[in-house]
Design a protein around this ligand. Structure first.
Ligand SMILES: [Zn+2]
Length: 69
């Protein structure tokens, strides 16, 4: 059996999957923490703004079969 490394607390880095380091939780290193931060800053994780609130009910009906291939 593998002994559990106390330094890692069993968590895994969400960026690369390596065992997370306590100092950089939940990441394994500052590099991965920076990657995650950069994703936030660049909007990868941003919630998309829904602009079609159809204020006037002008939203086209569903069912557009004319998808461009
Ligand atoms: Zn990592």
């Amino acid at each position: 059996m593998n002994a559990i490394d106390r330094k890692t607390s069993g968590a895994r880095c969400p960026i690369c999957g390596t065992a997370a380091e306590v100092a950089f939780r939940p990441f394994c290193s500052k590099r991965c923490a920076d990657i995650d931060l950069n994703r936030w800053l660049t909007g990868v994780y941003a919630v998309p703004v829904l602009e079609d609130e159809d204020e006037d009910g002008l939203r086209p009906a569903d069912g557009h079969p004319d998808e461009q291939a």
